[in-house]
Design a binder for this molecule. Structure first.
Ligand SMILES: [Zn+2]
Length: 380
């Protein structure tokens, strides 16, 4: 076997997931990073791509909630081709790993989605696994999820999920809607479990943590709000350092003041897009469960005004975080890379620029997070 080709990418600012290195280079062999070193220390014979002055290089973005993109909705096209179209649309905005996300649907659709992701994972390095948002959620907080498909898990569901080989798996559920032991069983199968579309109390949330639940899906949306005598899931999460929460920072789903409040907690934030087909696509409307959803003023709205996912991309989420919540760029970047990688249990191979990690990189202008180039597994 021939030696994998060696290349280097150099930039004036290289953020490795923790620290900014000035005038540094990432050395890549095949699909992996082998070194991060000063530009001046590169071997003379190595092929170097020098990024223009001022550009930053950082770990590629990891988006754990992507319903669609490039005019494709995963629920409508649960195939490897559909997933490829969605991944290509998001890559333009710096996303190098994602979880195609199936919103509440029939058992047959879930099986089709699992099969499609299993096939896609084998050939598309940017497909990390799958996120099943529902159907084991609360009919009291459905958002746009079809109430007719919301249900409690059966033993057949649990067996199907435990047997699935669809990469890294995440399921969003309402702890109060599933039988005791269900979360523990899912976690024992290697599945990440996140609370969402739920009316769980503070105590029910704490009990779910003790069963292995480690996430909260789209903080503040589709869950009980913070109240003085009813702290609910939000307070339980914000005081727990071993828990991650995702948040949609598009200016529509969460007020900047609430975002700043959430960032004062000790739980670890993750940026998600909750993206719908118009992201990276040409059309301004799409169909969900046969109903028309249109994009108005940067929001995806059902006719009754319910938010139906987002028209958000990861680069914009990072930029909004800086502008709306005064988050330093480096910290915002960790919300889009290190944190989701660690949440999904892949923090030893994704989310950082360090030897041994997969060469997933994003080059961008730091002022506005405009993406210039991406690399996935060493390929740009
Ligand atoms: Zn949701």
């Amino acid at each position: 076997m021939s030696k994998p080709t060696q290349q280097a990418v150099a930039a004036s600012h290289v953020f490795d997931g923790t620290t900014v290195h000035r005038n540094a280079a990432v050395v890549i062999e095949g699909e992996r990073i082998t070194a991060l070193l000063p530009r001046a220390d590169l071997a003379r014979n190595i092929e170097v791509q020098d990024l223009s002055d001022g550009l930053w290089l950082a770990p590629g973005f990891i988006d754990i909630q992507v319903n669609g993109g490039g005019d494709v909705l995963f629920n409508d096209d649960p195939t490897p081709q559909g997933i490829a179209a969605i991944a290509a649309a998001h890559r333009k905005f710096g996303t190098t790993s994602l979880l195609p996300t199936l919103i509440t649907d029939s058992a047959e659709k879930m099986q089709a989605a699992l099969n499609a992701v299993q096939a896609a994972c084998a050939t598309q390095p940017s497909v990390l696994g799958i996120h099943l948002e529902g159907p084991f959620i609360s009919p009291e907080r459905p958002g746009v999820h079809a109430v007719r498909h919301i249900r409690a898990p059966t033993s057949a569901d649990l067996a199907m999920l435990a047997g699935a080989r669809a990469g890294s798996m995440l399921i969003t559920l309402a702890p109060e809607q599933v039988p005791p032991g269900c979360i523990r069983q899912l976690v024992a199968s290697g599945i990440r479990v996140s609370l969402g579309h739920s009316v769980a109390t503070y105590q029910q949330t704490r009990t779910a943590f003790s069963e292995g639940l480690t996430g909260l899906t789209h903080m503040f949306n589709a869950m009980p709000t913070l109240l003085g005598r009813k702290p609910g899931p939000i307070a339980a999460v914000l005081e727990s350092p071993g828990v991650w929460f995702s948040i949609i920072v598009d200016g529509a789903h969460v007020d900047p003041a609430m975002l700043r409040l959430a960032l004062r907690g000790v739980a670890r934030p993750m940026l998600i897009t909750d993206a719908m087909p118009p992201v990276g696509g040409d059309r301004r409307s799409f169909s969900l469960y046969g109903e028309e959803i249109s994009v108005t003023d940067g929001r995806c709205l059902r006719k009754d005004g319910t938010l139906a996912g987002a028209v958000l991309d990861m680069a914009s989420a990072v930029r909004h975080c800086m502008r709306m919540a005064d988050v330093p760029l480096e910290r915002a970047l960790t919300f889009a890379s290190v944190n989701p990688a660690e949440f999904m249990g892949v923090g030893a191979r994704l989310g950082r620029l360090a030897p041994g990690f997969r060469a997933d990189l994003v080059a961008f202008e730091p002022e506005n997070v405009r993406i210039v180039r991406t690399w996935v597994a060493g390929q740009s």
